[in-house]
Write a protein that binds this ligand. Sequence first.
Ligand code: NI
Length: 230
Amino acid sequence: MLITIPNVLTPEQTVEARHLLEAADWVDGKVTAGHQSAKAKDNAQIAEEHPAARQVGETILRALGTHALFLAAALPLHVFPPLFNRYSGGQKFGTHVDNAIRQHRATGHRIRTDLSATLFLAGPEEYDGGELCVEDTYGVHKVKLPPGHLVLYPATSLHRVTPVTRGSRLCSFFWIQSMIRDDTRRSLLFDMDLGIQRLNHELAGNVVAAQTSVQLTGVYHNLIRQWAEM
Ligand code: NI
């Protein structure tokens, strides 16, 4: 499942984040790449422990912690501290798969990467190229979002970033360990959650709808009991 999470950051937060990040020191993006992906990767990043990365990362984590759509779609157990990358002057990231396990340098904490996330910080009109292309059984999905919006996709999928031929593409990227490891199960739960919410909103006041909602909510939570890993 590939899902867009709109308005993770407000326009003000996005401007503030860009300010901090643009003034930071940028290094070769190969520092966080594995052996296989280092060959495909050509971009710039901010070091994990850089104060600007930490500050903006905390803003993003706080925003995600209260974002209902993100919480429903990801069912997060752990979110890796956000990292930041920039592509310009023809830079790209060829087809690769993200490492299954990520260790945070400062804390030593390890997470299993079930979901990959990209939060766009530059507007699509500011650069050419730079599409995130995610492959799944339905084909290739091209993603390029307005600033402050995020895309969530299974970390199991092959993906790439096409060359940025004009301007520069500034993004945050990170991973999520979900309580529900399996993408299919997580998608089923998300669909059920959305259905229950529709029932609640569109048939508010209807007694049968209310009873059905309680019954389905029970099924939802019981499936989480069956499947959740903590
Ligand atoms: Ni990747």
